[in-house]
Design a protein around this ligand. Structure first.
Ligand code: KG4
Ligand code: ZN
Length: 341
């Protein structure tokens, strides 16, 4: 049988991405146009700026993905496009491009869930079936724990009651005057810091429920960085060492609760495998601590390489699964911005 190619498109947040993946899940190209520079001065993603930038970039990014894969439009067997969850204006740009190409080329269109795609990146990295597994998706928009029965059958076990883990990294970085996106900045600053310097709150860490809260932690950081409002005190001097210590202590607090809840889910479900996806999965300390927990507790940890953790289109290769299951989408397909599962 000749090799078949899938074009995958991802534009759910602030990365414009396209990839070509063959039917053996080989990534032939993986192009990500980051908008970090556009959102930097706002300390977070501005939806209207994001969707406008997607409009400018989507066609060049698709062209580049095809060029690097050395594949023509006519060779494509299908189009996979991320349609949920995400920013509505951003999602619509990718969907419109995907629909147009599917209609023009008369190939099937499949709708990909961004969260499922993040966890599918682990399946791709493993090169074999990894399910059933506990799945943790930690990104700018989500901190979700799943019972993954298969790549397309996820049950949400719990999530955050306020900020997402990545959002906390971004906000704390902004409080400390570190550049956006906050995750990589905090990780870098933390390298020179003492993770025990500040004892920050670890919400829900000991209870028996799978849930997260990061807003108390964020406030605790605010007080250490800028002083307690209303108190007639000179705010502490934010020296590079103090910034590093706060960053390291904050990172340790986030990692502590994420590791604890993964272990809780492993105990509750009895799965032997844990997979980790989303931008925060690129965090070195989290990867290290989860690996330790895996070694101590006898579960297997599967994490994608860093470039497949942050948003990308290669992970939308889960579209091959959907195609095989005959789950193609009609051309009047719409986006679903909210998290449904
Ligand atoms: O998955 P992703 O690229 O986009 C969303 O779906 O949200 O995740 C982006 C988030 C941002 O909040 C960013 O600060 C965080 O992932 N992030 C990290 C690291 N790299 C990216 N957080 C902690 N450590 C990192 N190394
Ligand atoms: Zn994501």
């Amino acid at each position: 049988l000749p090799v078949q190619y899938l074009l995958a498109i991802e534009s759910s947040c602030d990365e414009t991405a396209a990839a070509v993946i063959d039917d053996t899940l080989n990534v032939r190209s993986n192009i990500v146009a980051s908008q970090d520079a556009l959102h930097q001065r706002f300390g977070g993603v501005v939806p209207e700026i994001a969707s406008r930038a997607h409009v400018e970039r989507i066609m060049p990014v698709i062209d580049e993905a095809l060029r690097q894969a050395d594949v023509t439009l006519q060779q494509l067997s299908g189009i996979a496009v991320v349609t949920e969850p995400g920013l509505v204006g951003s999602l619509l740009v990718g969907l419109t491009a995907g629909k147009t190409l599917a209609w023009l080329l008369d190939v099937p269109l499949v709708a990909v869930n961004h969260i499922e795609a993040h966890l599918f990146a682990c399946r791709m990295a493993a090169g074999r079936d990894i399910f059933p597994a506990v799945g943790l998706v930690v990104s700018g928009g989500h901190s979700n724990v799943y019972n993954c029965r298969s790549e397309t059958d996820l049950e949400l076990l719990g999530s955050t009651i306020d900020d997402a883990a990545g959002e906390a990294f971004d906000k704390v970085a902004s409080l400390l005057g570190l550049p956006y996106p906050g995750g990589p900045s905090i990780q870098r600053a933390a390298e020179n810091g003492d993770p025990q310097a500040f004892r920050f709150p670890r919400s829900f860490i000991r209870d028996d429920e799978i849930r997260f809260s990061f807003s108390g932690l964020k406030t605790a950081v605010l007080y250490e960085a800028q002083g307690i409002p209303g108190r007639n005190e000179q705010p502490p001097d934010l020296t590079p060492q103090r910034i590093a210590d706060i960053a390291a202590s904050f990172q340790e607090a986030v990692v502590d609760v994420l590791v604890a809840k993964v272990q809780l889910a492993v105990r509750k479900l009895g799965h032997r495998t844990v997979c980790l996806g989303g931008g925060v999965a690129a965090n070195g300390r989290l990867r290290e601590r989860l690996q330790q927990a895996a070694d101590e507790n006898g579960f297997e940890l599967v994490i994608a390489p860093r470039e497949l953790c942050t948003d990308n289109a290669a992970m939308a290769a889960i579209g091959w699964k959907l195609l095989q299951e005959g789950r193609t989408a009609p051309l009047d397909l719409d986006v679903t911005p909210g998290l449904v599962r």
